[in-house]
Design a protein around this ligand. Structure first.
Ligand code: NAP
Length: 280
């Protein structure tokens, strides 16, 4: 198998100058040639890494945000992937075998040898998971950034108990959580994690997405465009004190802060609000 690995591969790389990226940042625009397909070396792996032949990728907003603002020329774009293990570093954790079907995410958009929108990618052995045969490549590739984001927000930042091998969390509790914009990619994972942990899941979504978020476990849904949504949530869930803002733009952070304010609660946002805010 190792002999079949070529020295070069096709990859999608960033193609914007630093000046264009600074202008994009300053003007909130997306100008200039964003990306190009080019030929680059197949990544060299370190002892702790594995080389993966990429079979499937998924898009995230962070991909185009990197291209607009952060990605130097030549950086390989893309984070989420499913693929096959083709080479294993001598000390790579994970007990991998050549041919294993794996999925995960890498921090694409910053480095010339690290990114998923390419024929091969390298990854530390302990930053991937084996894909069960019942899960398709397309399904597996949607877990990466969004599922990890939901876990970091809920389990690490808000202290929601982790799910164990049985699919349930230790120390289940029955208090409510607000997941703002539950129909987003991260929101769908957050709803399920919170539900498995025993929380009462209160979410916001457009009416078109109400059935969708309920299908994934939301207990109650409010339309974020309704002028009474904040008051309606507080009235229905007066003890709510944790929130995850899966949109984090255009007033959503203030919305969440108002909901948890009376209980001096906490809001986790997915984008940097710029400053630490007191709840309005
Ligand atoms: N996904 C991640 O893992 C992740 C990680 C870090 C940061 N982020 C950031 O989080 C944001 C969402 O990313 P995503 O990938 O989760 O998006 P996405 O899956 O594309 O989200 C689509 C959903 O966003 C909702 N939406 C659209 N406009 C809205 C608005 N004005 N207010 C509230 N909700 C609105 C819509 O839900 P309705 O149908 O209910 O209107 C739509 O279905 C992006 O800014 C992204 O950079 C995402």
């Amino acid at each position: 198998m190792d002999d079949e690995i070529p020295r070069t591969m096709k990859a999608l790389v960033g193609n914007r100058s630093m000046i264009t990226r600074i202008l994009n940042y300053a003007c909130s625009s997306s100008s200039g040639d964003g990306v190009k397909v080019t030929t680059v070396p197949v990544p060299e792996i370190k002892d702790n890494e594995i080389l993966v032949r990429v079979r499937c990728v998924a898009f995230n907003p962070t991909d185009f945000k990197h291209v607009d603002i952060l990605s130097p020329r030549g950086a390989i774009i893309g984070c989420d992937y499913t693929g096959t293990v083709v080479r294993i570093g001598s000390k790579a954790p994970g007990n991998w075998a050549v041919g294993d079907r794996i999925a995960g995410w890498t921090h694409g958009g910053l480095y010339p040898d690290r990114g998923s929108f390419a024929e091969y990618l390298k990854i530390p052995g302990d930053l991937a998971w084996k894909v069960p045969s019942s899960v398709s490549d397309e399904e597996a590739t949607t877990f990466g950034v969004s599922a990890v984001t939901a876990m970091l927000a809920l389990n690490v930042r808000l202290g929601v108990p982790w799910i164990d091998d049985t699919g349930l969390a230790k120390g289940r509790f029955d208090s409510p959580i607000l997941i703002y914009s539950g129909a987003t990619s991260a929101g769908i994972y957050a709803i399920q994690l919170a539900k498995y942990a025993g929380l009462k899941v209160v979410t916001t979504a457009s009416p078109r997405s109400h059935d969708f978020v309920k299908e994934y476990g939301a207990d109650d849904v409010f339309d974020y465009r309704s002028s009474t949504a904040v008051v309606d949530i507080i009235r229905s869930y007066p003890n709510i004190k944790i929130a995850m803002d899966c949109f984090s733009e255009g007033g959503s952070i203030e919305f969440c802060a108002k909901v948890v304010r009376k209980n001096q609660g906490r809001v986790v946002t997915l984008l940097d609000p710029g400053t630490t805010m007191a709840a309005p």
